[in-house]
Design a protein around this ligand. Structure first.
Ligand SMILES: [Zn+2]
Length: 313
């Protein structure tokens, strides 16, 4: 249902395909599992006020601002099911905040580094996720200006949203895949004619110094963004990373990110060394998926037997 999978399909066709896929899966699973509760975690910017999709560049590439009522479409197509559609970051925040080790925190931020890149803060005690009055969104850090230097110097790279030199241009899965392709075209040896994230992961694991240097270059803009989060919001007590890029590169990714955070430093903070930053910046376990777990818990709280006992906005 994405531009990368169906490059010739227009956005409206991709949206139709998404509706068809979700309705088909909901039919199949609701019969198999004997439930009418359907929870969807979707990698698209969803206006929390209207529930409509306003942007989805990782799925549908650069578009004008969207106003797509996915919820309305699936409810019309399959009204027998009780649908809950959450942005994947909101779902991940709900899933992560339910972990007992985070229960006493004032606020935590979940940072997803997958095909896209975004962040969501949540207050675990109440489940409150604040949203902007102006956009119904929160934490779209992937489209903030950023810079990237590797090899000969700075790069200018188009972001999946259509802009240039955004954090996602360099640090998201799609951004990293593009940078690797460019390095492959330039004959980069450690990519061994396989300029893919899988080869990056292999080369990093084999401690190839240039691959490690590239890893440090792609974690650097994110390190700077996370330091800004900590500097601006004093109540963020933990930054929890999720998503395919973090899972794929694992410990080496976290070490590189923490080292860059320590290298830049946080003015006046007691957090100095990578080990200090490791106390507040961590990776969430990939299983169970915090996104699916969070979306399911949202569906349960909205439509389950105790619906209404818990509100989060
Ligand atoms: Zn962008």
């Amino acid at each position: 249902m994405s531009t990368s999978r169906f490059p010739t399909a227009d956005v409206s066709s991709l949206q139709d395909m998404l509706v068809e896929y979700l309705v088909g899966e909901a039919r199949r699973l609701s019969e198999a599992e004997e439930t009418n509760l359907v929870a969807v975690s979707l990698g698209a910017a969803i206006d929390a006020g209207t529930g409509r999709i306003v942007g989805a560049s990782p799925l549908w590439g650069p578009t004008e601002p969207l106003d797509f009522d996915l919820y309305g479409r699936v409810v019309d197509a399959l009204p027998a099911c009780s649908w809950t559609i959450e942005n994947d970051l909101t779902a991940a925040a709900l899933g992560v905040a339910m972990r007992p080790e985070f229960a006493a925190l004032r606020r935590l931020a979940v940072v997803a580094v997958g095909s896209g890149l975004a962040m969501r803060t949540i207050e675990p005690g109440s489940g409150r996720i604040s949203m902007s009055k102006h956009s119904g969104l929160q934490g779209e850090i992937g489209h903030l200006p950023a810079s990237f230097a590797f090899g000969e110097g700075g790069w200018s790279v188009r972001c999946p949203c259509g802009g240039f030199n955004h954090l996602s241009s360099f640090a998201s899965g799609q951004g990293i895949a593009y940078l690797l392709k460019e390095l492959g075209n330039a004959g980069c040896e450690w990519l061994a004619r396989d300029p893919t994230p899988a080869q990056l992961s292999r080369a990093v694991r084999a401690a190839n110094p240039e691959a490690r240097e590239f890893l440090d270059a792609i974690t650097d803009p994110l390190a700077q963004a996370l330091l800004a989060v900590l500097a601006i919001d004093a109540e963020v007590e933990r930054l929890v990373l999720v998503g395919g890029v973090v899972d794929g590169l694992g410990d080496a990714y976290m070490r590189s990110l923490l080292t860059n955070m320590s290298r830049h430093g946080l003015y006046g903070s007691r957090l100095k060394s990578p080990a200090d930053f490791a106390e507040i910046v961590c990776q969430a376990p990939a299983h169970p998926s915090p996104m699916l777990f969070g979306a399911a818990s949202a569906a349960w709280s909205l439509h389950g037997p105790e619906a209404g006992a818990y509100t989060r906005r």
